[in-house]
Design a protein around this ligand. Structure first.
Ligand code: HMG
Length: 390
């Protein structure tokens, strides 16, 4: 049975910071942020967006009534969740109007959460072929003002519908994975911002990639020539390129050229949004699907997922006939075109805005946020979510 990604949508908030402006404000050569790190714009979440609303907004656009009837598994992967107990998936389930007969939960393992969700969804659909699963990666990446990670922050979500006979991509049989208990990046429950050992995290990302790439080759006998493209988890867009370069010698000149050219296309959305942790790999996949117009059905795409702490996984999927008819490219183009730039001073203000944590009630101005689903405030320790389309 073919199981895979039937639909894919993304959402990013309506505000962004230009990385050239951030570089100037931080007294850094803009070349470092734009070329050295590979980021052009950083998505900024207003106080009316959190990981629940980002997730719900990403899912809202792609689901029709038939999907809603068939979805009985909803998984949100996130590492910037809003509650230690209740899952983001349960809020999302209501906000987008799914039926009650469903399993809903949240998964955490740094940027790996959505990949874990996808693997679980694959098993679920294999057991229940007439059902569909909704898997969403949703995150707001925060390192803090004036930190070396600041340029890699971002906000957004990617929602994927997993089903049999998928219209976009079918998962192949094998997976290769590795785990090691390391401290490259983490965020203790008392901190809003992540802690990171930057250089070590880069080394580990590449080392895990090399391990799972070798393992996958052994399992499948596939080599570089068999891939049209390889998509990477993109904490910043230079990172995947550094990993890709470590294996390029295994291929012929044509393979190197093809994989490097497709890598450039696969970073289109990521360089304009920033790190969205769990969703970054899938945002890169979406960039490739929507911005490379001549991909052929049957083409194989490799997928490298990395979640600090750490786990790495490699798997692959195969493009399905007429996949382009089932993308939401025009919707995403509109979303990007409607974004507004904010100055670095305004970004710093928004970044430091917080919902009360002492039980006080607050009501937010939701008219300034064009998103369909927003946080309208807090009352009795409960976030008040609104779906403006209802
Ligand atoms: P840094 O110390 O600010 O930067 O940290 P750098 O000095 O290493 O320079 C970066 C690059 O810019 C270098 O290129 C410089 O040469 C270049 P490279 O050698 O790397 O190819 N450069 C310039 N290029 C052009 N013009 C110039 C110029 N100046 C310098 N004028 C770092 C960078 C990424 C470490 C930092 O931003 C950071 O800590 N980021 C957060 C951590 C991170 O993203 N780690 C990635 C791997 S871990 C991961 O992916 C998991 C994660 O997503 C979390 C999760 O799983 O939940 C983070």
């Amino acid at each position: 049975m073919n199981i895979g990604i039937d639909k894919i949508g993304c959402y990013t908030p309506h505000l962004f910071v230009d990385m050239k402006q951030l570089a100037v404000a931080r007294d850094v050569d803009p070349g470092k942020f734009i070329t050295g790190i590979g980021q052009e714009k950083m998505a900024l979440a207003p106080i009316t967006q959190d990981t629940v609303t980002l997730a719900a907004n990403a899912a809202l656009e792609i689901l029709d009534e038939d999907d809603k009837e068939k979805i009985d598994l909803v998984i949100v992967g996130t590492e910037s969740g809003i509650d230690q107990s209740k899952s983001a998936a349960t809020y999302v389930h209501r906000l987008i109007g799914l039926k009650p007969q469903a399993r809903t939960f949240e998964i955490k393992q740094a940027c790996y959460g959505a990949t874990a969700g996808i693997q679980m969804a694959k098993g679920h659909v294999a057991l229940h072929p007439d059902r569909k699963a909704l898997v969403i990666g949703s995150d707001i990446a925060r390192y803090g003002l004036n930190t070396s990670g600041e340029v890699t922050q971002g906000a957004g979500a990617v929602a994927m519908l997993i089903s049999q006979n998928p219209r976009l991509l079918a998962f192949e049989e094998h997976n290769a994975y590795a785990t090691d208990d390391i401290m490259d990046f983490w965020r203790p429950t008392y901190s809003e911002n992540a802690f990171v050992d930057g250089k070590f995290s880069n080394e580990q990302y590449i080392s895990f990639f090399n391990k799972v790439w070798e393992q996958y080759k052994e399992k499948t006998q596939l080599g570089l020539a068999d891939y049209e493209a390889i998509c990477f988890h993109m904490p910043y867009t230079k990172m995947g390129l550094k990993a890709l370069r470590t294996i390029l010698d295994e291929g012929a000149e044509a393979d190197r050229e093809r994989l490097l050219a497709n890598y450039e296309i696969s970073k289109t959305y990521n360089k304009n949004i920033g790190n969205i942790y769990t969703a970054s790999l899938y945002l890169s996949l979406l960039s490739l699907l929507e911005n490379k117009t001549d991909l052929q059905a049957g083409a194989r795409i490799g997928m490298y997922s990395y979640g600090s702490g750490a786990i790495g996984e490699f798997f692959s999927c195969v493009l399905q006939p007429n996949y382009r008819n089932y993308l939401y490219q025009a919707h995403h183009a509109e979303m990007f075109a409607a974004r507004k730039e904010v100055s670095v001073t305004k970004y710093e203000e928004i970044f430091q805005e917080k919902l009360p944590t002492d039980g006080a009630a607050v009501s937010l101005n939701i008219d300034e946020d064009p998103a369909a689903i927003v946080v309208a405030g807090i009352k009795d320790h409960k976030r008040q979510y609104v779906n403006k389309t209802k």
